[in-house]
Write a protein that binds this ligand. Structure first.
Ligand code: F6R
Length: 250
């Protein structure tokens, strides 16, 4: 097992964010041209805050970094406040020295999602692949928007969101009916091709998914379980998310 492939439980979400921001900052100091995979959602918000603090104090530079996001809601314009384009600018891109042209997020307004998905995969290959992908986990075990049922070989594509994900994410919308029902997402195979993966999870609503990811049979019932096939995947969770599988963590 590589040193990177550890399972780490920390006290709370702040400690998880500080740890994750250190891992990412280390990656940027080893290679300022890194290709970073990024996630959205509530979990990484604090990690982005920590990364911005480090940037302001001169500990990381993003001028040469290229970023690739996991996913985007289908049907949302990049200026829509609920879009992941908007999220990334608000939480990270507007506060660090990354050139806009070095960032990649699926186009949720494309009229040709099949072509968009194919181009996305080709763009990742053209970048030389992802060095480190920061990812979260859904309460149903999804990674990116690979919902239960997604296969190991899945690639970037248009998917239908599960009812569970729609109701989980409705907290961020005015009403449930406003949550998009589809998304463009990197596939499981796309994610597993990253050189390193850093999964972060906080809060008790993630504990069942973390337990399933680490202890259930590897398979589509819990898409995050496929991460166990990766030789350099680190799970960093807080105590609440580790509840029920404390033995898996040091
Ligand atoms: C977001 C993404 C999703 C989230 C997951 C958890 O880009 O790909 O898989 O990581 O839904 O979301 P939060 O962190 O809001 O609980």
């Amino acid at each position: 097992m590589s040193v990177f492939s550890q399972k780490i439980c920390l006290k709370n979400r702040i400690d998880v964010a500080k740890f994750a921001s250190n891992v990412i900052t280390d990656q940027l100091s080893v290679d300022e041209n890194s290709v970073l995979g990024l996630a959205t959602g509530s979990t990484p918000e604090q990690t982005y805050r920590e990364l911005v603090k480090k940037h302001i104090s001169g500990q990381n530079s993003w001028s040469q970094v290229r970023t690739v996001n996991l996913d985007e809601y289908y049907g949302l314009d990049r200026n829509n406040p609920q879009s992941y384009h908007h999220y990334m600018h608000v939480h990270l891109f507007n506060h660090v020295d990354i050139p806009e042209c070095n960032t990649l997020i699926p186009d949720g307004t494309t009229s040709d999602p099949v072509a968009e998905a194919r181009d996305y995969e080709q763009k990742i290959v053209a970048l030389g692949g992802i060095d480190l992908w920061l990812i979260g986990i859904g309460s149903n075990g999804h990674i990116a928007f690979n919902e239960p049922g997604s296969s190991r070989d899945s690639r970037t594509r248009l998917v239908r969101l599960s009812n569970k994900t729609i109701s989980d994410n409705s907290r961020l919308f005015e009403k449930k009916a406003d949550v998009p029902t589809q998304a463009l997402t990197a596939g499981i195979a796309t994610i597993l091709e990253a050189k390193k993966i850093l999964l972060i999870a906080t809060g008790k609503n993630k504990s069942a998914a973390i337990n399933a990811a680490l202890n259930n049979p590897i398979g589509p019932d819990c898409p995050a379980s496929f991460l166990r096939l990766h030789p350099n995947c680190m799970f960093v969770v807080d105590e609440a998310a580790a509840r029920g599988c404390r033995n898996n963590f040091r």
